[in-house]
Design a protein. Structure first.
Length: 154
């Protein structure tokens, strides 16, 4: 992936930080009591946004370390996620299992809505809980593969 041992260690450390952020933001989103109203819903929404952003940053960093061109265009967010579920022969294994892909896409769609939606939109506790469930399943399904990638870099 990277050229020297120092580069490899820096990449490892950065990817570990991103994955820890994913897990930390998931924990925050799960702990919030959505019945407490708007402040709790805001905590959950921000946590979902940050968790997915950290995961997408991990994917971007892996691709950059392989010397792959930076993603561009209107569908790059979908494309980088889809690519993560597939091996690049002689370069890297799949970063996530294919069964996690739909879960990650559900969180990605929420993150897109959160970033680009109207400020007048009110969150629904039930809908937020569904997205938290998607994130929890995505992390659970992906943890082994992501940790194997991190171990390979260590």
């Amino acid at each position: 992936m990277s050229s020297g041992p120092g580069d490899r260690q820096r990449l490892h450390d950065e990817l570990v930080r991103y994955w820890e952020l994913v897990e930390r933001h998931l924990a925050v989103a799960k702990e919030a009591d959505l019945a407490q109203g708007r402040p709790a819903m805001a905590v959950v929404a921000v946590g979902l946004h940050h968790a997915y952003q950290a995961f997408e940053s991990l994917l971007e960093k892996v691709e950059a370390s392989l010397g792959l061109p930076a993603r561009a265009g209107g569908a790059w967010h979908e494309a980088i996620l889809d690519a993560a579920a597939h091996e690049i022969p002689d370069r890297r294994p799949a970063i996530i299992p294919s069964e996690a892909l739909l879960e990650w896409h559900a969180v990605r769609k929420f993150r897109h809505f959160f970033r680009h939606g109207s400020v007048a939109v009110e969150f629904e506790p039930r809908e937020l809980a569904i997205v938290v469930g998607h994130l929890e399943r995505a992390v659970t399904l992906s943890a082994t593969s992501v940790r194997a990638l991190l171990a390979a870099l260590a």
